[in-house]
Design a protein around this ligand. Structure first.
Ligand SMILES: [Fe+2]
Length: 205
């Protein structure tokens, strides 16, 4: 559940008109309009899941790129927001790529990589950290097999080359943590100034 806080009116912005000044309002409007959608197999909604990860990161004093990475890592579940939706799509079909494609225009690579590689990070951690598997929810164990199962040694070596590996892994742990029924969090607008700072950093403002 999210706490009751004043919110700006939701504004829907056509994706092709997005720019540095409108992207944060657009992302916020997704949380406002669609955050209540079901996160299949989990006791939280999609919006609660992402807000929980960001809130836990903030409570633990993690850097802003980790907080924003957790906040936006599953934004690709709302693929219809980005004009990539097809009626034949299943909900989690390459959602990490759909999200990263939108984020990469506005955010530093560390944020985009936390989104693009959060599924790969699960496969990586299952291959390299035996105790990590125990953190997975039943739904996440199920999708692990659909996503290719644990990485093999070659895939692990290739994954470790990513300069944003530490942040990708941190967001993946927040992905597992953000599935708590009934956790109270701030809403998106609490994080909006931080999200804008990430955009401004990328756009050289
Ligand atoms: Fe997630």
């Amino acid at each position: 559940m999210t706490s009751r806080q004043p919110q700006p009116a939701a504004t829907h912005v056509p994706p092709d008109t997005l720019n540095r000044e409108t992207i944060v309002a657009f992302l916020g409007s997704i949380f406002d309009r669609r955050g209540g959608e079901e996160y299949l197999g989990e006791p939280v909604t999609m919006g609660e899941h992402m807000l929980q990860g960001a809130t836990i990161a903030e409570q633990n004093g993690q850097p802003e790129e980790i907080i924003v990475g957790a906040l936006l890592h599953d934004i690709g579940h709302f693929t219809s927001e980005f004009g990539t939706y097809h009626p034949d799509d299943t909900e989690d079909r390459h959602h990490e790529d759909a999200g990263a494609e939108v984020l990469e225009r506005f955010f530093p690579s560390v944020i985009t990589d936390c989104c693009r590689y959060h599924v790969a990070a699960k496969r990586y951690l299952c291959a390299t950290k035996p105790e990590y598997f125990k953190r997975l929810s039943p739904a996440s164990v199920h999708t692990l097999e659909l996503q290719g199962g644990p990485m093999n040694a070659e895939e692990v070596a290739a994954f470790e080359v990513n300069p944003n590996l530490k942040e990708i892994i941190a967001v993946r742990y927040l992905d597992e943590a953000g599935k708590r029924a009934g956790m109270v969090t701030p809403n998106f607008w609490h994080f909006a100034p931080m999200v804008q700072r990430m955009v401004d950093r990328h756009c050289g403002v």
